[in-house]
Each structure stands twice: as C-alpha cells, then as structure tokens.
Write a protein that binds this ligand. Structure first.
Ligand SMILES: [Zn+2]
Ligand SMILES: [Zn+2]
Length: 255
C-alpha cells in the first residue's frame, strides 16, 4: 500500500479549505494507489481547517483512510503556543519541522542566496541542533523532512551528514518518534529524497519507524516520488510503515 501523510491543501494560503478542493486530492490519491492520506496544513493556517469537510470526505470515500495532521514550525520559544495548537483539533499526528534558523527561512527561494559564502558545516550544525530541540520538546509525533538543509545542494565539508544525524537518531528512538520519508526533495535542486538513502539505512538499523509524504501543495503533486521512496525503504529492509490514528501509531504493510 501507499501512504501520503504530507499534504497541504491550502498550500501557502492561496487555496480554500472546501469540500470540492480537498476532494480533488482524495481522488488523485485513489488514482495513484494511495489509500492512507493525511492533510497536514502549515500551522499558520490552522484556523482555516474545517472538520466538517473532512467528515464529509470520510463518508464519501469509506475505502480511504483520511487523517488530520499538522505541520508545525518548531522555533525555540514557541513551545507553549504549539502545545495549545495541538489541543485545538483531534489531530491524528503532528509533524515537527524546521524551516527557520534564527529567523532565516533557508528553504525559501528568496533567501537561498544566504548560503553563499557561509560555513556550510556551521549551518548544518545549527539546523540539526534545532531538529534535536524539536525532538526533545516532546511535542511532535513525526520528524519532518529530516535533512531539509540540503535543499539547494549545499553539503558539509568537515564532517559527513551522519556525524550530525547519528546523535539525533538516538534521541528520536528514545522519544519513540517516527521519521518522515519526504519525496519533495526530488522536485528541488538537491534532487534527492529527505532523508538521503544512507540515512534511511541508519534509521532502519536503529529500528525507527517511518511515514511517507509527498509534501504536495497541489493535487498534481500528490504522491509524486512516493513509489521511489517506497522502493528505497524496501531496499533498506523495511517491511512496514507507520500509520496514525488520534496520535497512536500502528504498523501498515509496505507491500
Ligand atoms: Zn516543511
Ligand atoms: Zn510541508
């Protein structure tokens, strides 16, 4: 089976959370063999989520498991606010993501030039420290796009990425968290799934479970790259992926 747990129906606010619009995502999912899908808006659009729309979709598509997730920006100091957010709806899962380093939206094309001339190792260190803090906050179920910092193709020189990720995996394992396999990296200059295959091998060897997500911001992107992501998991040895229901995990078969 295929799963897509990272879907932004509202994209960056340009669409409306209507039954007709979300329905196009569900139909696209069904066409692509995805039976487990989760809408995971950016938390800034929280107030635009309409549970009645999801309820209607669940009734119309009883063959599909339609979940409610949320992708939350982890920024130190926001913890209390995030705790409040998490209580606003009966979320099936919360994805914790780092999109900002000290206010720098590093994954946004308008700010990608700020990598130029910088110490990439220092940027990697800062990024993974923030991921580590998100994990230790205990606020999230899923770690979003683990190595997003590679988005524009910048690689560290002094250390391998494993150097930054290995201690983090220990904390993720200890926290019982899930790591997302996010195919959006294939659409970006790095042209690589988040996280990279060498990290997926480490994740498997630690016994950490994973989810799949395309980070679709439009129905056309739904499920894109997920067959490749699934194959990467099978190659690494995974037999199943994690599903969520009301913030409880269950293992789903990968094939
Ligand atoms: Zn994200
Ligand atoms: Zn996203």
């Amino acid at each position: 089976m295929l799963q897509d747990y990272h879907i932004h129906a509202l994209a960056h606010g340009e669409y409306q959370y209507t039954y007709d619009w979300l329905r196009t995502f569900v139909i696209a999912a069904r066409e692509r063999g995805i039976t487990e899908l989760g809408f995971s808006e950016h938390d800034e659009y929280l107030s635009r989520i309409d549970l009645a729309v999801l309820q209607r979709l669940r009734q119309e598509f009883p063959d599909m498991n339609i979940r409610l997730g949320l992708e939350v920006d982890f920024i130190p100091g926001r913890e209390e606010h995030i705790r409040e957010i998490s209580r606003q709806y009966d979320f099936d899962y919360l994805i914790g993501s780092i999109h900002f380093i000290d206010g720098w939206g590093f994954d946004h094309p308008d700010f990608s030039h700020l990598f130029t001339g910088k110490d990439i190792d220092q940027i990697y260190r800062s990024y993974f420290e923030l991921v580590h803090r998100a994990v230790k906050s205990g606020l999230f179920d899923v770690v979003g796009h683990l190595d997003l910092i590679k988005i524009w193709g910048h690689r560290p020189r002094k250390h391998s990425v494993k150097h930054y990720v290995e201690p983090l995996l220990n904390s993720i394992k200890a926290a019982g968290m899930i790591i997302e396999i996010n195919s959006a990296g294939l659409r970006k200059p790095v042209k690589e799934i988040y996280p990279a295959p060498e990290l997926v091998d480490l994740i498997f060897s630690r016994g950490i479970a994973v989810t799949l997500g395309s980070d679709a911001h439009h129905p056309a992107q739904l499920g894109e790259g997920l067959p490749e992501a699934r194959q990467m998991l099978i190659d690494a040895g995974f037999k199943g992926i994690a599903g969520f229901d009301q913030r409880q995990t269950k293992l789903l078969p990968l094939e």
